[in-house]
Design a protein around this ligand. Structure first.
Ligand code: ZN
Ligand code: ZN
Length: 318
């Protein structure tokens, strides 16, 4: 019996949702509004990209802006949103905190408040009823019909169910943090800067109007979608109970370390290690586990730009 089958067999159907999970009210409506607008923009870019490349072609500027913005957003989610703001793996001053909030919000994956609340709920109820995006249970706490349906739900379907997370329950520290709340309130400006303004300005500066449009469509809108897709692999592939990748630790969930996801998310795919030692700033527990985000944090600490880097699990292993 796998860890997941054990969990599933212990749970009866028709349960009440745990505290901090909302299935009705203004926060649910706000979740849908945000999802429709953000995904509308990303899907527009996704549809427009092959048309643009086929009819107009793209050059070096579009590709470099795509890669640069992809890397910035990936560090924003991995180092900023996940390890700093959710797990408090390290500390930093207000300027660095504002920088991380900015590049985290620029990933277009929701506000700091929403992302932090969702991810803390994910850790509290990992792969059990109440989880935000589990391949095993939906937002109402019902088991998915099949493995494939579960994977699709974890990869993106969860955004469209009625369950959402109460920030008052999960993220009181964020609500009390003026820097994080400034970026939460102004999230739409950061989405626009990331998906339209910055790629557009760079494109125009280096290639004129045609390159500007190419940069907005391919390096802005489409890149936001590709980057969010990569992050979502952590929810699906890295919760596949070892079907893809491997489980270093026999945790009470389906978490998995997976090589490709680890590479394209700069280390977040070392997800079994992460759930075993959630607060660690550095997730690599072997030479072949490449945690770029962790190395960035260690590098920033050496430069004195971040402090109090938490390495409990890594230290206990060595
Ligand atoms: Zn997880
Ligand atoms: Zn986490």
């Amino acid at each position: 019996m796998t860890a997941i089958e054990g969990v599933a067999s212990e749970q009866a159907a028709g349960r009440e949702m745990p505290p901090g999970v909302l299935v009705d009210g203004p926060l649910v409506n706000a979740k849908f509004r945000d999802s429709y607008i953000a995904f509308g923009l990303m899907f527009t870019g996704t549809i427009a990209t092959p048309v643009w490349i086929y009819t107009q072609g793209i050059g070096r500027v579009e590709i470099l802006v795509f890669l640069g913005m992809f890397a910035l957003s990936t560090v924003g989610i991995g180092v900023g949103m996940h390890r700093l703001l959710v797990h408090r793996s390290f500390r930093c001053g207000p300027v660095m905190r504002a920088f991380f909030c900015a590049i985290a919000t620029m990933a277009v994956q929701g506000s700091v408040l929403k992302w932090v609340s969702n991810h803390r709920r994910h850790h509290l109820h990992t792969d059990k009823p109440g989880d935000v995006h589990s391949p095993y249970y939906d937002g109402a706490g019902n088991e998915h019909d099949s493995f494939l349906k579960g994977m699709l739900y974890a990869q993106g379907g969860w955004v469209w169910d009625r369950a959402t997370t109460d920030g008052e329950y999960y993220a009181k520290d964020i609500l009390a943090d003026p820097i994080a709340m400034f970026f939460t309130r102004t999230r739409w400006y950061w989405y626009a800067a990331s998906a339209v303004l910055i790629p557009g300005v760079i494109g125009f500066a280096f290639g004129g109007v045609r390159t500007m449009i190419g940069c907005v469509v391919v390096s802005g809108l489409f890149r936001s979608y590709v980057m969010t897709f990569a992050t979502s692999l952590v929810n699906s592939v890295c919760h596949s109970d070892g079907r893809y990748g491997y489980r270093r630790y026999q945790t009470d969930d389906g978490t998995t370390n997976e090589f490709v996801t680890t590479l394209i998310t700069f280390g977040e795919g070392l997800h079994n290690n992460h759930h075993r030692f959630p607060r660690d700033a550095y997730l690599s527990h072997a030479w072949y586990e490449i945690d770029i985000n962790g190395l960035i944090i260690l590098g920033l600490a050496k430069l004195g730009l971040v402090q109090d880097v938490f390495l409990g699990g890594v230290r206990r292993r060595s």
